[in-house]
Design a protein around this ligand. Sequence first.
Ligand SMILES: [Fe+2]
Length: 590
Amino acid sequence: MQNFLGIICFQGHASAAALIRDGVITDACIEDRFTRNKQDTAFPQQAVQSILDRHHLRITDISHAAFAWSPRKSLAGQARQLLQLGLPPPEYFLNARQHHGGLSRVDKFLRMARVGREFERFFGACPPLAFVPNHVAHSYSAALATPHSGTLLSVVADGSGEDAAISCFEVRGGRHRQVASTPIPHSFGILYSAVTQALGFVPDSDEYKVMGLSSYGGPVPDPQLSAALDRVVEVRDGRLHLDLRYFQLHRSADRFFTDDLLKLLNLDGTTPTFAARARIARCLQDLLERRMAELIEQVVAHMPHKPNALCTSGGVFLNCLLNESLRRRFQASDSHVHFEHFHFSPIADDNGTALGAAAWAHHQQTQKWPAPYANLALGPAYSAAEMETALRQADDCVWRQLTDHALEVAQELAAGRVVAYYQGRAEFGPRALGSRSILADPRPADMKERMNAKVKLREAFRPYAPSVLAERADAYFAMPSAEALPYMIETVHARPQHAAEIPSVVHNDGTSRVQTVSRDQNPGFHDVLAAFERLTGVPVLLNTSFNLDGQPIVNSPRDAVDCFVNSDIDVLVMGPYLIEKKMECQEVAA
Ligand SMILES: [Fe+2]
């Protein structure tokens, strides 16, 4: 049996491992779920160990390992940047950077180049190891899950790979070939992060907040501000060009923008008002959507085989408004660039490259692509006995076994209680999709505020996402034709006649970051949604990740119980058990 292990670490916010066994994706998990250190970038020792344990493997049973970063390519990219843009100050290389997991550029490079030693240190041996360019690994992670015939265009955009910030690949007849590339530092990721930082948010972290804010920035972008921003970013010959008078990450350790960008945005360095932030966010989002579409159109114009499918990956494509805009633009039959199939990869960030690297190694060795994953429940699972052990260690909980699981969970939800829902294997990727979720009734107008204030402790403007029965999705949301959207990676518009029924999961611009739930992909969660519909007439639940703000999503039963008792979540449903807090039960009994 051939075992292909992919890993990523020391990069971005990611550390993850994935396994492909004889052409089947069997496992993928993120290290921070084990270490409880959010966005841990350390070598994924626990993730790899859990994968080996699950299959009773030793490290010597791994046929090929692949690391989703190429130090050699990185060195070449830095050298080219240096020649073109001049020598940056020493702190550029030597200062620890938050978005490199606290490592300096030099440390990061050395740790990556010696990743084989980490295998030896933790496992006593290193399997045959290859270094895969980061964007190639991204592209494989998206392309493997894109059903298509003909030609697929795979677009990768992130902060930066080793030497490129945007890469485009053609996938045709099973072959994977680069067709365009934008060199660092000309990056959509850096553009978005720079404005995020200029607005007083944390760059490389809070971009999703800026995206959420953009819908408060008016029905159309401010024309003056838009015109000013337009000059900063251009697309020529299928490449992005940033005006580097406004950006400085290529010579600074941690400041993405220059004072010129502040002036351009009419900012004075103090935190702007909500309205000013929203207006800028609206223009930025619009700029990203327009420039990305231009870039794709220009790349397609130079492809000899016109692609009929588009897939995307890289952190920039976690922006679900961008994804919706690309689908809207390129599914129109009168558009001169037209795609029949779209796949916005739900594992777009660097964690996903662990799976992409494993797929690349599999493809190199067998000349075949692995089978696409059926769902993202690829992480660790725990037995009922392990859940009981965790529950016995918590004195402030009472629990009972459910007899009619779906109905009883739905009854709790319909009664307005917030339910932490912990079932089966953990999800791979940033989203909770019904395995490690917090669920609530989307109907009460105050449910969003209640979740914000009591459970998530996050900003009031940030929206929550709905899970909906796949077969009922089109009644509630304007779904793209014949497509399921199982991964909360693009937005759709709620149908006006139903939007008022589910106010907690419809953003102020009328959109929702929807998850369709089918019986095939997630039968247990599907049953809960169906039971909720039988009780209430509404086939929709609010679904957010099972964690407190600033913590990784829960992993083990012990994490689940700890998170439950330290929050205001009303009920925990873990495996076959329904758990409540002792005090609340006693108060109810009294
Ligand atoms: Fe990346």
